[in-house]
Design a protein around this ligand. Structure first.
Ligand SMILES: *Cc1c(COP(=O)(O)O)cnc(C)c1O
Length: 364
């Protein structure tokens, strides 16, 4: 079976982790600091603050903006559930824009239509490794006096007109096991704002800067040096990892580009896509579960990210802090999306096997 994701870490990671174990400093220490510096460089951000997962990164990013109960965050309904859960955990109210099929990300016009006097934050999600359309979102935020938090959990290294994602406002990233960069569990927050970075560091560490001097009621959001040691060698070769994913995506597109009715993902002008996922839209009327089964029978793993819109679950429906609006494009995409393997460990032959299976299953 060719899996949708493979976690394979090399001897450099083993050595780096071993050296942390031997150092005696296994919680947050110098290796986390090194990861923060290297990650800030990757995105072109002034600061990066490491935390223990990507959801925490989102919660902290919302919290640091000091929203009041009833203040609203507008985000995408087509995302991993953590985006929604984090906004709620931080005590804000959430509203949803719609998305565009070309990048699976927030449609700026739909965001503008949802702005109310309570709106404080626009939270685009850079889904599958490609940036949302940031220029119009930044312009809308400026015009209405709103903040931007970018959920870049899937988009390490992605760029929009040569600007790293996570630098248009506060950026949050995940280092979960299957993300492009991983520490098993982990996350990081980027910002160019000195004061926000400082306050995030205080929030992360029980609200204290100096031992036993508490400035706010904080948390334990810390990442460990053991985890940071897993990520650092991956950063050394991250360009190659992305190049390999880009090659695989290009080959898939070459091999299945002519399949009738299939909508393929593409890198849009001015954006650098890091291909966390290669996600296609099946033709209307094709039974997706059957496609998944037949692909599996042909030895090809696939994934549905995501089968429903985040608000489309009973647990969220009766909540006053979840305001549900129609998102017809997102709803159609959720019914039709299917991700196929694109990761860096695939050989060309495996990419060809994936493409051949897609053609066969769709009768092309
Ligand atoms: C993975 C992910 C998160 C959450 O990150 P964790 O590290 O799993 O907590 C948030 N948003 C999106 C879009 C994600 O893909």
């Amino acid at each position: 079976m060719i899996p949708i994701s493979t976690v394979r870490l090399g001897p450099e990671v083993e050595e780096r982790v071993l050296s942390v174990i031997r150092s005696g400093i296994i919680a947050q220490g110098p290796v986390v600091a090194e990861l923060e510096q290297r990650f800030a460089e990757l995105q072109g951000a002034k600061h990066a603050v490491a935390v223990n997962n990507g959801t925490t990164a989102l919660v902290a990013a919302v919290e640091v903006l000091d929203l009041q109960p009833g203040d609203e965050v507008i985000t995408s309904p087509f995302t991993f559930i953590a985006t929604l859960n984090a906004i709620l955990e931080a005590g804000a109210t959430v509203r949803f824009g719609d998305i565009r099929t070309e990048d699976f990300a927030l449609d700026p016009a739909s965001v503008e239509a949802r702005i109310t006097p309570r709106t404080k934050v626009i939270m685009p999600v850079h889904l599958y490794g490609q940036s949302a359309d940031m220029a119009p979102l930044v312009e809308i935020a400026r015009r209405h006096g709103l903040k931007i938090i970018e959920d870049a959990a899937q988009a390490h290294g992605a760029r929009y007109h040569d600007q790293g994602v996570g630098t248009f406002g506060i950026g949050t990233f995940s280092f979960y096991a299957t993300k492009n960069l991983t520490t098993g569990e982990g996350g990081i927050i980027t910002t160019d704002d000195d004061e926000i970075a400082d306050r995030l560091r205080v929030l992360r560490n029980q609200g204290m800067r100096q031992r036993y001097v508490y400035e706010v009621a904080g948390h334990n959001h810390r990442l460990t040096d053991l985890q940071a040691a897993v990520a650092l060698p991956q950063l050394d070769s991250y360009d190659e990892l992305v190049a390999r994913r880009q090659q695989n995506a290009a080959l898939l597109t070459e091999l299945i580009g002519d399949v009738d009715g299939l909508v393929l993902p593409r890198q849009l002008d001015g954006r650098e896509h890091v291909w966390h996922q290669y996600t296609l839209l099946l033709p209307e009327g094709v039974d997706r579960d059957t496609v998944v089964e037949k692909l599996a029978a042909a030895g090809v793993g696939s994934g549905i990210y995501y089968p429903k819109l985040v608000f489309d679950y009973d647990v969220y429906r009766a909540r006053e802090d979840v305001i549900i609006d129609d998102a017809p494009v997102a709803a159609s995409v959720a019914r039709r999306c299917l991700s196929i393997p694109v990761h860096q460990h695939l050989t060309d032959d495996e990419v060809r096997t994936v493409a051949a299976a897609v053609r066969q299953v769709l009768g092309a």
